[in-house]
Design a protein. Structure first.
Lengths: 107, 310
């Protein structure tokens, strides 16, 4: 089940959406099987870090400018932003414990 | 928290889920620990045309969804997560998953195999930046671009065929002068106009790490030793798989090539530990043989448990 704490980002507002605080963005697409595997991990992270971390998804089929801007050539890719700057990138699958450790470094 | 189980299955590909199906029908209430690559290699495929019973083929992810549901229907329990460590020094065996510890009277290893990288260093650094081991995942980013596929087996040919529909040009780089893949796949590849072959060549370098994207590859001719640089936008590596044995290294016997040694069906060198699927199969490596060996492991585990008073 998807967490209601996960937001949906768009090309139009991406810069402002990521400009403040710690923001984790999951770049995914419907046809991407590994992305479906990662989704529950991202949902759990959103619940666990509610209030401390903004968690969002971006569908690369619908929004292509942002993935191009960050030179994403594979999904799933997770970008972690702090006050508008990319502070960590995770390409491919990751388990919850490793993702938590990455986030904790920047909290 | 510690959870005690009769049978734990590590891995959720065709081997793991078939083991779960059989073990649950034998009332062993198996626990499956899915692993980070849940569903296994079939999750990254498209149409599977050689799974018996589906004359028109079935999509790999759909097949795994069905297998999973079938195992659940008979009472298997499936948990997400990756096993951090296993202790096989005494029974029950102990496994750590996140903050939880599990004990198992019998263990089935179905951890499969993962795509092998070139081990250039740069290929990992450029993972997700133009280097990929999964065309169906990442081909999307290379519409109208030039890509290379490295390898000469069925996987490489499948990747090349898939990419030929998206990319402008596909260069297939192979170490030898002939393909290893099946005749059916070879014929399909050779009929596609935008696939070009580079024979007797190895990828010895990929640029450009500083830019954070793939701009070219360096090829070495395996006969002459000459190197050439070829501009390219993406590289798909399909040079085979490595068995996932990290958790049990030094605890169960492995073959020289790194696969788990099994004997008398699915038995490993440790009584009570069984292995199924690609982690112990360097010969057939098919979904249907993995499923078959998963069935064997469940039956072997059931007999082991009944023989030791469970």
């Amino acid at each position: 089940m998807a967490s209601d704490k996960v937001k949906t980002f768009t090309d139009a507002t991406f810069a402002t959406d990521t400009s403040k605080g710690l923001v984790l963005v999951d770049f995914w697409a419907e046809w991407c099987a590994p992305c479906r595997r990662l989704a529950p991990v991202v949902d759990q992270i959103a619940d666990q870090y509610a209030g401390r971390l903004t968690v969002a998804k971006m569908d690369i089929d619908k929004h292509s400018q942002t993935p191009a801007q960050f030179m994403i050539r594979g999904i799933p890719t997770l970008l972690l932003f702090k006050d508008g700057k990319v502070v960590d990138t995770i390409v491919g699958l990751v388990d919850k414990a490793d993702l938590s450790r990455t986030i904790d470094k920047h909290l | 928290m510690t959870h005690a189980r009769q049978v734990i299955i590590i891995g959720s590909g065709p081997a793991g889920l078939t083991a779960a199906l059989y073990a649950s029908r034998a009332n062993l209430s198996p626990l499956v620990i899915e692993g980070i690559e849940a569903g296994g290699q079939l999750m990254l495929t498209t149409m599977v045309e050689n799974w018996p019973g589906f004359r028109d083929g079935i999509m790999g992810p759909d097949l795994m969804t069905e297998l999973r549901a079938q195992a659940l229907r008979f009472g298997a329990e499936i948990v997400q997560g990756d096993v951090a460590s296993i202790d096989l020094s005494e029974r029950p065996f102990r496994l750590r998953v996140g903050d939880d510890t599990y004990t198992a009277d019998a263990l089935i290893l179905a951890t499969g195999a993962s795509a092998r990288w070139l081990e250039l260093g740069v290929d990992r650094q450029l993972s997700g930046r133009g280097v990929s081991t999964c065309a169906t995942c990442d081909g999307f980013f290379f519409r109208g671009r030039r890509v290379a596929v490295v390898g000469g087996g069925d996987t490489a040919l499948e990747e090349a065929i898939y990419l030929s529909k998206l990319a402008s040009d596909v260069v297939l780089v192979h170490r030898r002068a002939e393909l290893r893949g099946s005749k059916v796949m070879q014929d399909k590849v050779k009929a596609l106009p935008n696939i070009r072959f580079v024979w007797n060549a190895e990828v010895v370098g990929i640029n450009d790490v500083a830019k954070g994207e793939v701009t070219s590859m360096v090829l070495r001719d395996t006969l002459s030793g000459a190197t050439t640089e070829e501009p390219i936008d993406g590289i798909f590596i399909a040079i085979g798989h490595t068995p996932n044995t990290r958790l049990v290294q030094g605890q169960v016997d492995l073959l020289d090539n790194g696969y788990i040694r099994t004997h008398h069906g699915s038995r490993t060198s440790v009584p009570g530990v069984f292995a199924a699927g690609d982690v112990q199969d360097h010969v057939y490596r098919q979904a249907v043989t993995a499923a078959g060996s998963g069935c064997m492991a469940a039956i072997d585990a059931e007999r082991f448990l009944s023989g030791t008073g469970h």
